[in-house]
Design a protein around this ligand. Structure first.
Ligand code: ADP
Ligand code: MG
Length: 403
């Protein structure tokens, strides 16, 4: 891929305005928003190129880059600036591809990029929306029960929708994991970190593995792994990716299934001391079945996860769109396309739908009750109480016939 033209570094002009600070000069004690008023004057037409951002401090760190919170002095708002931790030629080329791929993707659940540039030192950065929420990884960690975690199902659906759109543009992410999904304070879902994304319509423009090996993370979330030909995050990596084979949309489908597994089970499908150990397990065999990790889940959800995480790519949903559609069918109480319903289950669904309103009232309400269909957990509770009723009747009948 040709070199991306970041703006040439500009020398700071002499000005009466305060100069933007380089990251190395950033101070986490600087006021977060005060800089807008004090550093940009309307009469001057705004800050010059190269002085546009005033860095407030480091916001977060990933395996390859760090995110700075900064004030955009021109548009007078907070932004996130991403820059590389260990810039070199390969990393910069990768970083530039990341910026271009994000710029191509226009979707409400995909982080919007706003600007690219270089610091006076020559180090590249790009500016994007600052998401003030938390990562899906943190939210899953904090929820104690499966019911609480299930309330995050709409966020997984939003990620699947975003990936359905990206796949329609022939872009695959290749590093979907709960740390790369941010959830804003109003539930908005944003997929970030497109550093390993590949453009299937232009394979030569896709990131190549770096010469060195990297296995990094902040300790809390999953670790990014780059070893030899393998790129990605081991816990959510399909077999073909762990083996360093070519991947397509179905690698993202697997990762979405693995995120769903993590959400439902409360633990990722695989664990291990380090990325290499986890990848070894991925190669050896499937994870513990979801229904054994978390009992009592609706069968349809088990089926969806099993299908999305199939070891062979040809057995998975072929795109994120199909997975998103099945998840939405589940959420709205429709028949899930991949699930084989028994005639008993179908009859029960029919009976439930045709009961009068008071009879249909769920045993307890679920945060996922959405519109016309009630959530499967409600059905589960109903089924349990139905079975109990039938057992009582059966044992009463037995007692009568014994006397
Ligand atoms: N736009 C953003 N707004 C807020 N936080 C962000 C944003 N982008 C990334 N982060 C935070 O920074 C961390 C590292 O960013 P990421 O792009 O994943 O870097 P890396 O490529 O090194 O993994 C993320 O896990 C997230 O917590
Ligand atoms: Mg990341």
């Amino acid at each position: 891929m040709s070199e991306m033209n970041f703006r040439a570094p500009q020398r700071a002009r002499r000005t009466t305005e305060s100069h933007a600070r380089k990251p190395s000069e950033s101070s986490s004690t600087a006021p977060r928003d005060a800089s807008f008023a004090s550093q940009a004057t309307a009469s001057s037409g705004g800050p010059a190129e190269g002085e546009r951002y005033s860095v407030v401090g480091e916001h977060a760190r990933g395996g390859l880059g760090r995110i700075l919170e900064a004030a955009d002095l021109r548009l007078k708002r907070s932004v996130a600036l991403k820059e590389l931790l260990r810039p070199d030629e390969d990393e910069e080329a990768r970083f530039m591809r990341e910026a271009l791929i994000i710029a191509r993707l226009q979707h409400p659940a995909i982080i919007p990029i706003q600007d690219v540039g270089r610091w006076p030192s020559g180090k590249p950065y790009y500016a994007m929306k600052l998401v003030s929420g938390r990562s899906l990884a943190e939210l899953i960690e904090e929820k104690k029960s499966v019911r609480e975690r299930l309330a995050l199902l709409p966020n997984i659906i939003a990620v699947s929708d975003a990936m359905a759109y990206a796949h329609s543009q022939r872009i695959i992410h290749r590093d979907l994991n709960p740390a790369n999904v941010l959830i804003g304070p109003f539930g908005e879902t944003v997929v970030i970190d497109w550093g390993l994304a590949a453009d299937l319509s232009n394979p030569s423009g896709s990131p190549v593995p770096p010469r060195k090996s990297v296995s990094a993370g902040d300790g809390a979330g999953p670790r990014l792994t780059i070893e030899g030909a393998v790129l990605g995050t081991a816990e959510y990596m399909p077999l073909e990716q762990a083996q360093g084979r070519e991947v397509d949309e179905r690698a993202d489908v697997y990762a979405l299934g693995a995120m769903l597994y993590h959400l439902l089970a409360g633990v990722p499908p695989y664990d291990g001391e380090n990325s290499a150990a986890i990848m070894e397990k991925v190669i050896q065999g499937p994870p513990i079945a979801l229904e054994r990790q978390q009992r009592g889940l609706p069968d349809e959800l088990n089926t969806i996860v099993r299908k999305a995480m199939a070891r062979e790519a040809r057995d998975r949903y072929s795109t994120a769109k199909e997975l998103a559609e099945d998840l939405k069918r589940f959420q709205t109480g429709q028949l899930v396309s991949t699930h084989a319903y028994t005639s008993w289950a179908l009859a029960r669904r029919w009976t439930r739908r045709n009961r009068s309103e008071p009879e249909r009232a769920p045993a307890y309400s679920s945060p996922l009750v959405a519109g016309p269909g009630s959530h499967r957990l409600d059905c589960l509770a109903e089924e349990v109480s139905d079975r109990r009723r039938r057992l009582e009747i059966a044992s009463r009948n037995c007692g009568r016939s014994a006397t």
